[in-house]
Design a protein around this ligand. Sequence first.
Ligand code: GLA
Length: 485
Amino acid sequence: MLRITLDVCASALLVLGVLASDNGLARVPQMGWDNWNAFGCDVSEDLLLGTAEKIVQLGLQDVGYHYVILDDCWSAGRDDNDTLVADSEKFPNGMAHVADRMHDLGLGFGMYSSAGAMTCARYAGSLGFEEKDAQTFASWGVDYLKYDNCYNEGQTGDPLTTFNRYKIMADALNATGRPILYGMCNWGEDSPWKWAQTIANSWRMSGDIFDTYNHEDVRCPCSGDEGINCALPGFHCSMANILNKVAPFVDKGNPGAWNDLDMLEIGNGGMTDTEYKLHFTMWSAIKSPLIMGNDIRSMDAPSLSILLHAPILALSQDPDSTPAYRRWRHRNAPAHGAGPNETQLWTQSLSGGDRAIFLLNLGDENATLSTSLADIFFDSGGARSDEAQMNWDVFDLWANRMSNEVAGQVVEANSTRGVNITSTYFNATEMSWADGLAANDSRLIGQWVGQMTAGMDWEVEVEPHGAMAYRLRSVGGTSRKRDEL
Ligand code: GLA
């Protein structure tokens, strides 16, 4: 029955000739897991199915992680009919079997290919085979395509050339009649944030992330303000590099079409807990897809408590929030990445008139950061704005993180059931993010730490490589108008 409904919807979309970003998918940023960051080419049915089960057991599915995405290195080439064939050693039961098992668990199945003659690891690519491959993916029951950019045979270098190459697959996916989320992965080449919204549900805006906080590396040549005109996306991009690179065009992300800051590194060991919190906070606030990249089967407690943290996830999954943007950046910075004394303020508009703020200390020493309502509401007129005259309750978004003890119990029990997690764990299948936020659910709005009023400076000491994240909610309701207070 459900299947019939899906097919009918998809056919209706097809008749209307809709664009990929109107395929009804990713109205909020997609969440899931991809094997690449932790496993590279070491892929198998066992890995995917074992991970999928853990995603369910550890409560990750119930906070929204939905797609299990198989990255590069899965194929054995093409058969006599030019149909892609799965490597039978890695996937002895074929891809449809993997997809079926994912669906049995209530998860979506993601697949990978490249808009080139070969994938980045030199397996068969889809350039010239788009319709055939889209049909193959649909016949296997695929729900998501990550579409890379390697070996594109020179069909790149200007926006229209790249747009046309990626549009062929967008059209081919739509023509299958199956809703398949389309994640473009051309690393920001030819500035996809300017043109990909009508064909894709997300687009990578940088070279590959590397599990490091702020590492200068010539293989990721562009950063900060230079990122806009970056001709060579490179790879080995640090988290701070990507954060600064996306800052000028965060607003290009909209429901159904998002800037993709690349997969999460939480749990992979290259950053500190503080740095991983910053990573998770900003990827959520900027509304990047949230695709876990660690080994879920050997999840440790601190990583789990970050990945499940609802007050931050609510920033991403709030249907009415917009991507956070950088209000200011104070720095004594080198050309690449973040500077030794760098601090930043970011703000995000949330549903119901709430506002999130993020005070970032990207430097290497403790720093006291300060902001005010006039600063936060600069766009609305600063000190003269209605918002700057209102009183705002301030909620710390990290204060009520699940303890290591409780997260450890979930890992140990292999289940969220039977563990006392009710004060910190938000099950989004029992109540939607929108309803939880409207109901002032403390698991979503964070812990009250004070009030901001007109003219007051909010000062806080922030540890190196750390972020203080707050939700501001106007006192006495969610109205923005002074006379309605
Ligand atoms: C590119 C992508 C990565 C990953 C690899 C696989 O580098 O950007 O995310 O998919 O290819 O080879």
